[in-house]
Design a protein around this ligand. Sequence first.
Ligand code: CMP
Length: 226
Amino acid sequence: MNDDSVVRLAPLFSALDDDAAASLHASMTTVRLLKGDDLFKEGDDGDRLYVVVEGKLKLGTSSGDGRENLLSILGPGEMFGELSLFDPGPRTATATAVTDARLLSLANDQVIGWVTRHPQVSLQLLGRLAQRLRRTNEVLADLVFSDVPGRVAKALMDLGSRFGVQKDDGLHVNHDLTQEELAQLVGASRETVNKALADFAARGWVRLEPRAVVVLDFERLSKRGR
Ligand code: CMP
């Protein structure tokens, strides 16, 4: 996919005609990150939102005693940084590049300008916020109702639906996460998550690779994550 088709996936752009999308694209600034770079930290002032063009980022929060939780992994076409715009206040999470990444950013006052001139853009943004709330509710319910293997299976399916590439031997999911990061994403210890992954591998549902997993039995894995 070229840059234009990637940014067209973002809610800011999806309702615009080609001319308006090109003009919005031209008013955005490119940001490049190296793997491991923090774009911003939880608590910082927020003055712009971002769209991922290339690479992956993680959004994380940490507790007072240093434990980390991952809210989401973002890839091309996904937007973030809008909470501190619509609900003025500090950044609610730290954004860190999981791979080298390229983003586009738009200053808050420009976002407001676009939203005011193009009401359909606000509908797209509202739609995306609603989707996020729906997903967050689901994650919360899973933390209460599902066991760790169920949450790991669900996280793999979710990563697979966004980053997976179907090949002859299965769905290749290059998530680029360490096992520690996968554990932070499902809200469990690394040991418990490793055990669940090893169990899935022993059953022939997945093949484990460094920072990647190949889903061999999609049906069983998705059933376990339901
Ligand atoms: P902001 O608070 O400006 O900076 C951190 C960003 O992380 C936030 O805007 C949202 O875009 C994003 N974010 C916060 N919470 C979640 C969540 N639960 N799921 C996905 N993205 C989130």
